[in-house]
Design a binder for this molecule. Structure first.
Ligand SMILES: Cc1cc2ncn([C@H]3O[C@H](COP(=O)(O)O)[C@@H](O)[C@H]3O)c2cc1C
Ligand SMILES: O=C(O)c1cccnc1
Length: 337
């Protein structure tokens, strides 16, 4: 479908008009949860996540049958400064790997029964080096947001967004610093595994980019200035999911930084999102704290591609199966407390 916006203000308007959770379904699912054959609260966070999911799907007893994973790929001008342990060609090479089924995300998508779509966004045209200029023009960021918006399958019942883009932990760190404050050293981590010299370059690059761009606009404007096409693709897909009431599982540091740009443009823009995991990228925990989101798992993943969120599809499916499939005390003839 064609995107619902052609400029940044139209995106802001869409964010202002987004639907809210279905309160009646939340209340019904919570009431049902309270009657299920288990001690109250015994399923821990599975109970919260199932009720959250029911609320966004608008039904008391939902199912998870059509998960969609979308991986967006983009290249970054700052990669030329030596901020990654890998060369920029790896982005396109990994896109080919996704297409041939050889990446981690392919295996996880298959394992959890998810449809996997890959969108390579103008890989031959890296974004501008954000220490010199805005990473993207308005036309470019709108194009990437539109690809994300249009990539969401309206029939999906849960969405995972992931990314591939050498240099994008630098972009994510710059976005976090510009939107949340702190020092570059608080946000720059090792990404693909940069050594101490690489981390020093990365910290300087983040600092220079934020010094040039911070304070010149809201979350969306920072996405344009410091982000990348794959981050904008993820942001566009997260927005579309909200309009379709499709719950989203956020992945690691980069995905969360992309999501942050929406929250900083419109508070509440991520209410339909749950944090799937805590990445080993050092600043992810700080980023999640700022968003008030507690991750479901901590497995020391530092991959991206949507991998942690894909794994948490298993947790979500388990949670929803219990809410919708368990017997109540009355149905099972089990004595209540
Ligand atoms: C083979 C390979 C596969 C990957 N899959 C995800 N990433 C991850 O690493 C990159 C971010 O780290 P940095 O900012 O240090 O470049 C992103 O592409 C991210 O998706 C990969 C990286 C590599 C090398
Ligand atoms: O948490 C992530 O998203 C991440 C961390 C390191 C490298 N790539 C992705």
């Amino acid at each position: 479908m064609t995107a619902a916006f052609s400029d940044m203000d139209a995106v802001r308007t869409l964010l202002a008009e987004q639907p809210s959770v279905h309160e009646t379904a939340v209340a019904a699912a919570a009431a049902r949860n309270g009657q299920l054959t288990k001690p109250p609260g015994a399923l821990g966070r599975l109970e919260d996540i199932a009720i959250w999911y029911a609320g966004w799907r608008g039904v008391e007893r939902p199912t998870v049958e059509r998960p969609q994973i979308i991986v967006f790929a983009g290249n970054h001008g700052v990669a030329a400064q030596g901020v990654s342990a890998f060369p920029a060609e790896v982005t396109a090479q990994m896109v080919a790997n996704f297409q041939h089924g050889g990446a981690a995300i392919n295996q996880l998508a298959k394992t959890f029964g998810a449809k996997l779509d890959v969108h390579a966004l103008s890989l031959e045209v890296p974004t501008a080096d954000f220490t010199q200029d805005a990473a993207m023009s308005e036309v470019e960021v709108i194009e990437a947001l539109s690809v994300g918006w249009s990539a969401v399958d309206a029939e999906a019942d849960v969405l995972v967004v992931g990314e591939m883009g050498i240099g994008n932990t630098t972009s994510a760190a710059a976005l976090a610093m510009a939107l949340l404050g702190g020092a570059a050293g608080d946000w720059a981590g090792r990404g693909t595994g940069v050594d101490d010299a690489g981390l020093e370059i990365k910290t300087r690059v983040v600092n220079e980019g934020v010094t040039l761009h911070a304070g010149h606009g809201d979350g969306l404007e920072m996405l344009r200035r410091l982000g990348g096409r794959e981050l904008a693709g993820m942001a566009g897909a997260i927005m579309r999911a909200r309009h379709l009431r499709i719950p989203v599982l956020l992945d690691g540091f980069i995905c969360t930084a992309a999501a942050l740009t929406l929250e900083k443009t419109r508070a509440g823009a991520l209410d339909h999102c749950t944090a799937s995991h805590l990445s080993a990228e050092s600043a992810h925990g700080r980023l999640l704290d700022a968003l008030g989101k507690t991750p479901l798992m901590a497995l020391d993943l530092r991959l991206g591609e949507g991998s942690g969120a894909a794994l948490s599809l298993g947790v979500l499916k388990g949670a929803v199966a219990c809410l919708s499939g368990m017997a109540t005390f009355a149905e099972a003839g089990v004595s209540d407390a």
